[in-house]
Every structure is written in C-alpha cells, then in structure tokens.
Design a protein around this ligand. Structure first.
Ligand code: SF4
Length: 200
C-alpha cells in the first residue's frame, strides 16, 4: 500500500549519485575547441552545419577561447612547429577535458610520412577517441562524440580526480634541463633556466 509520501511524489523523484549526475551533465554539454588545420577541418565545420546539426548532441558551441572548452578536436595534419601551440591551447583548457583525433593525418600522420609532420598527435596529447578516414565523414565525428559521451558517463567523477595528476601534456618535455645546465657550466654563464609556463 502506497504511503502518503509515495502518493505526493509519484514519479517526480529519482535517486542517483553526484558522480553520475555530474558526468551526465558534462557528457551532454561538451564544448569543442576546434584545432582544424587542413581538409578534415571542412568536415568538422559541416558537422556543425544544418544538415548534420551537432547541436542535437549538445556539442555545437565551438569556442575559440580554450578556457571555455572541454573537448579538443584536432582535425588535420599537425606539423612539429605547431606542437608548442597545440600543447599550450590544451593546457589552457580547464579540467576535466577530452581529446578527439580526427582523420588519418591527426591519428598517424596519414600520407605525410615526413620528419616535419607529427606522426600521430597522441605522442604529445592524451587522445580519448580516434577517427579513421581521409577525410572522415561528419557522421563519424558524431559517432565519436557519442562514444565519448558514453566514456564520460562511465568514467567521470564529480571532482575530476582521475585527471588530478595531469598537469603537463603527454610527450617529451620541451627542454632538456641537463643539457641547459651543461651549457651554462661550459660557458660560465649565470643564466636562469627558462621556465616553461604554457598556461600563461
Ligand atoms: S586525413 Fe585526409 S582529409 Fe584529413 S587532413 Fe589528412 S589529407 Fe586532409
């Protein structure tokens, strides 16, 4: 027999955990930071246009300021000279944040098997989802975002403690501190070691 409280509340109350509620909200309001460098960028743009309408998945708000983004989408080939810029943008994005590598070039260097092109951005950034293809279709990007939503709902926590140790980008450090010390000693210089502060 239903209690008085059951009658009053009906189906208007459900119980969950804070983690699950936060992950649900985050997963359905991903704001992308487009890092589009080449032809894949055109597919990224068309994903947000009317035919494919990325806003159906809550991810149409592409911001060009990293501090308002939580989803980096690298679309196109990345050359070595761009890596410091890419890492700086990534570090300026607040946690929790995720990364999609879109297209053969971003994932592996694609057909550009040269010293100048990064042979996979996961050497420098932690990538959550890879999209194959040259170029991938907009539907593939939408599927990647849906997969990422599932991942966030499965693994996200309210305080993003899973990302707490992630204060530097993946990949090799930018400066060889030992080499700098050796140069200073060899030249008798009293130079301060350069401080890599990619956030400011
Ligand atoms: S994967 Fe193909 S379409 Fe995408 S940037 Fe590379 S060459 Fe262009």
């Amino acid at each position: 027999m239903a209690t008085q409280i059951d009658k009053q509340l009906g189906d208007n109350v459900f119980l969950s955990t804070v983690d699950a509620a936060a992950s649900w909200a985050r997963a359905n309001s991903l704001w992308p930071m487009p890092f589009a460098t080449a032809c894949c960028g055109i597919e990224l743009m068309s994903t947000a246009a009317s035919k494919h309408d990325l806003s159906r998945f809550g991810s149409e708000v592409m911001r060009f300021t990293p501090r308002q983004c939580d989803l980096m989408i690298v679309a196109g080939r990345v050359v070595m000279k761009m890596i410091p810029v890419l890492q700086r943008i990534w570090l300026q994005m607040p946690e929790p944040k995720w990364c999609i590598s879109m297209g053969a070039c971003a994932c592996t260097g694609g057909v550009f098997d040269t010293y100048a092109v990064v042979q996979g951005i996961d050497r420098f950034l932690p990538v959550d989802i890879y999209i194959p293809g040259c170029p991938p279709r907009p539907e593939q990007l939408i599927k990647a975002i849906m997969d990422l939503q599932e991942k966030i709902k499965r693994t996200g926590t309210y305080d993003a403690r899973e990302f707490k140790l992630r204060i530097l980008p993946d990949g090799p450090s930018r400066f060889d501190e030992d080499e700098l010390v050796r140069i200073r000693e060899r030249n008798g210089l009293q130079l301060e070691a350069p401080k890599y502060d990619p956030i400011h």
